[in-house]
Design a protein around this ligand. Structure first.
Ligand SMILES: [Zn+2]
Length: 364
């Protein structure tokens, strides 16, 4: 993504939506129809919620007022140039420290609040309450360039309860001419009062043909395979490719897990490995139930898997996914999960006559 944002300014001018072609329509539609002071952009992750929020902010702050709002940002005025340089005085972006690099949003290289103090601290995965308080002060001060102020919060569910409560007061009693853009792939985990204060903008998965063309332009071979692997989320598919997972490696995964080959996930961060195993499990279960696979082509899915064993594996995967840090360490955790996967993916024949767990109602 940072590559996309680092395009030369002429190219940026050609794509008002941050280099993500499927955002052009949602951008125009939102500018035309959403006039509340707070918007909640939600839908699946990995489709450009953050980029849409930035493009909306740029449009509202853009100084090319001879253009209709739906044709902004112009990407040429002084305000737009400040926006591209990540130094617009009327825009404040709240993202967790740990996400700044991957989002390509790091104005001044992590200056200010959390960086200093000497010594390296693990970058926070949360939006810290201090940052929210600073945003509240920012929102109440006068606009520097006279076109209001914008606060972007991404992802909004990374505000903890204290931070979210502080933020809520500002949403309830907006002071000055600030507007707020919250992004979330998990809107149900936000405070209901925050959700109800925002006008909703749903950003769906883009059409596969558009997403695949975009992935191909970023050098992804067999983009359809990785797009399916990512559940249709193009940014996540690009992340997979960036981590060195190509179509061949992905297609081979179900068979390698069925063979108990934990080296298939060697070097993967635990959350990514668990996510991949959940997809292997999902597709095997879908086929076992007579449904269609979602993440792998049908001919790659282990078809004779035992549903009861898959359900047990699925529960264990969900349990590990919910843990922030696994007590055994990553390698052992992956080995254990792959071991369970091998058992679950064994064909009933190779399991002998043991068919326990096949009945759905015995597993609840
Ligand atoms: Zn402009």
């Amino acid at each position: 993504m940072s590559d996309a944002r680092a395009l030369a300014s002429d190219e940026v001018a050609a794509g008002r939506e941050g280099g993500l072609p499927w955002l052009a329509t949602p951008l125009r539609r939102t500018l035309a129809t959403r006039h509340a002071h707070a918007l909640l952009i939600h839908g699946p992750g990995g489709v450009g919620q953050f980029e849409l929020a930035l493009a909306l902010a740029a449009a509202w702050l853009c100084e090319a007022t001879d253009r209709p709002l739906v044709d902004r940002p112009c990407r040429r005025c002084a305000s737009c140039k400040l926006h591209v340089a990540q130094s617009h005085p009327d825009l404040l972006v709240l993202v967790p420290e740990a996400m700044r690099e991957s989002l390509g949003w790091d104005p001044g290289g992590s200056e200010g609040d959390e960086a200093g103090e000497g010594g390296k601290r693990k970058p926070s995965k949360e939006i810290r309450v201090e940052a929210v308080r600073a945003a509240i002060v920012f929102a109440t001060t006068t606009s520097a360039r006279g076109r209001g102020k914008v606060v972007v919060v991404h992802p909004a569910e990374r505000m903890n309860e204290v931070a979210a409560s502080a933020f809520l007061k500002t949403l309830e009693e907006p002071a000055g001419d600030a507007r707020f853009l919250l992004c979330s792939a998990a809107p149900d985990s936000l405070l209901p009062t925050i959700r109800s204060r925002c006008q909703q903008v749903v950003l769906p998965l883009p059409p596969a043909i558009v997403a695949e063309a975009w992935l191909a332009r970023h050098g992804v071979a067999q983009p359809g395979v990785l797009l399916a692997a990512a559940g249709g989320q193009p940014q996540e598919a690009l992340d997979l490719a960036g981590r060195g997972i190509d179509a061949a490696a992905w297609l081979a995964l179900p068979a390698r897990i069925a063979a108990g080959d934990a080296t298939a996930l060697h070097g993967w961060p635990l959350p990514s490995a668990v996510d991949a195993l959940q997809k292997v499990c999902h597709d095997a279960a879908a086929l076992a139930c007579g449904g269609a696979p979602r993440y792998f082509p049908r001919d790659r899915v282990v078809t004779q898997a035992d549903l009861g064993a898959l359900l047990r594996w699925s529960r264990e995967l969900a349990r590990v996914a919910a843990e922030a840090e696994h007590p055994w360490g990553v390698d052992l955790a992956i080995e254990s999960l792959v071991g369970q996967g091998r058992e679950a993916l064994k064909t009933p024949g190779s399991r002998g006559r043991r068919r326990e767990g096949l009945s759905l109602n015995s597993t609840g």
